[in-house]
Design a protein around this ligand. Sequence first.
Ligand code: F6P
Length: 355
Amino acid sequence: MMKVGILTSGGDCQALNATMRGLAKTLYRQSKDIEIIGFLKGYKGLMLGQYKKMKEEDFEDILNLGGTILGTSRCPFKKMRVIEDGFDKVEAMKKTYNKLKLDCLVVLGGNGSLKSANMLAQEGLNVIGLPKTIDNDTWGTDYTFGFQSAVNVASQYLDEIQTTAESHDRIFVVEIMGHRVGHICLASGLASGADVILLPEIPYDIKGIVKAIKERQKKGQNYAVIACAEGAISKEDSLLTKKKYKAKVASRNGMSVAYEVAKELEGYFDNEIRVSLAGHVQRGGQPSSYDRLMATRFGIEGARLVLNQDFGKLVVLDKTEVKAIPLAQSAGKLKYVDPEGEVVTGAKLMGVSFG
Ligand code: F6P
């Protein structure tokens, strides 16, 4: 009998269920003696011993179901080793794993969750990671499931803002998810023809944004859509120390950078300037067909690793091939947008402004 624990951790995304389905269906089909334990609400379930003994039918009819049938929670990596109210989280997780006599644990997670997965592997548990996040910023993989579905939602949001911006001669600053990397904002901005795209990786100059919009106005286009990543940052702010920048963000009283961009633009235009937040719908609803496909492929590869007892690995997409790399190789590193890469430099050639 092989006992496999599984959990979904961190922010949810559209293809979590599809990935678990790919993994589970393959495991049930390829082994006669498998038991899957689903931990509830991510690492919390592992810490508190809250789980469900899964049945084969639990993984049926979930291919296009958003969210996660196991639930999720955020358990920040930096707090994993912090003992709180006498509770040792790492020890608690190991205790549950050993008590249940698990053969391995499969973690569907983004960067923080995969760092924790790597930590558990270093603690001696048999762990396999599956790359989840709408942000597509996990180092070592060309794709993380959830990304394309989120880009679809963000693109549709930008498309819809475009028509109302035009009707009202407004300038819209649309905030797109991505607090440390700008992959969703870049992809959706380009896919929807945003005039300006602001990314964490390319600090903006407000004058650059003004210039781009004025150029449009000269051509008779008296409206504009700015796709602004949650983590977009001005050139001045990018020079601040981490501490000073944190203090500045705190002084915004919960207002995000999109509001700051809108405020800064006010003096330059007669147009009304509005902010619109695409928000959590980017993580919601059904996965796109591409995500269902990738989730299925990632899940199957995860099952292969389980069956081959090839632990301490992260399933990745390497160009067109799904394979596995050591978890430790990826943990703690982010995959950023390359400001000098083909996508950004190409977009600039056709007149997209990055501020
Ligand atoms: O990591 C996924 C993500 O959606 C980021 O793009 C975003 O910055 C963050 O999660 C939002 O987190 P929460 O749902 O906890 O507010």
